[in-house]
Design a protein around this ligand. Sequence first.
Ligand code: UD2
Length: 329
Amino acid sequence: MILVTGGAGFIGSHLVADLVASGQAARVFDDLSSGKRENLAGLRGVELVEASLVDAAALERACAGVTTIYHLAACPSVPKSFDEPAFCHAVNATGTLHVAMAAARAKVRRVVFASSCAIYGNTGDVAVAETRPPQPKSPYAAQKLLGEHYLNDYGAAHGFTTVSLRFFNVFGPRQDPSSPYSGVISIFCERLLRGEAITIHGDGRQTRDFVAVADVVQALRLAAKEPGVVHGSVWNVATGRSRTLLELHAALAALVGGAPPPCHGPARAGDIVRSAADITAIQTNLGYRPRVGFTDALASTLDWYRMRAAAVAQAVDKRGATPRSGGKA
Ligand code: UD2
């Protein structure tokens, strides 16, 4: 059995769909705080355990008969980790310790952990390799780093292999745009389609390596199945090409047939200025290759937000009610 924590969320549900498509059964552990039941709609052989990572006993029960854990559940926001540091610590750090404890008890073989490039801190324009010493600049980054250590230490002591994948900026269908903590591409897509103004925090010259969710799923699956993986391996998951927010805005504006220039607000606390990934290690060790082109992935993501807006409008029409702004899917 495979356990996916956060399996009803944005990245998790794409992973679960991929597992199901390859004939595997999956158990999803998700408290549905940001994940959604409908993200798993139509997926056969998926069992949902509705519980939080802070509930160590529930996690231990969910690990019965499990051989592989994909640990994706998290409170995945840099600004939220400043606003609610104790809550985020409970989920991201203590929750990951609970995963390590449960994996040890259940004699799980491998844990693949969704870690973050936030661990590197500000890196300048240099593409960072995994050998770079961590310089966490936010509670979120510190919590993810602690999570890597907990899993590595427990794995070494109890015989399971841990692989930590440091995700850069993941985007794609089903990313929820409705919170101020949402990913920038989800927010920009939704605003552009509504004809609303876009706000860039800072001058827009900050860079990110935007990686399509399908490529993240590719990396997760490879990390779980590659037999020769060394315990404690850490790999970047990205495309190897960074873009500024101004470039992102221009690419999206072109896809929607033009948009007014963005507004600029103050830079966000703890915001990374430059983020660039060296992906040589994951390419060499796992055979990972980013397959999805940036513009194609942006276009299909936009299509998904278009369909979502149409579905919401249709539901509102049926009820004869006034559309809400910023409503959830
Ligand atoms: C991403 C991940 C986070 C962590 C981090 C690692 C998301 C949602 N978060 O945080 O989990 O892995 O990378 O460094 O993927 N921005 C705007 N306008 C908006 C929204 C955002 O200008 O309306 C800017 C924001 O200030 C930042 C950039 O866009 O400079 C990306 O923001 P984000 O929240 O998508 O992701 P980031 O890099 O803070």
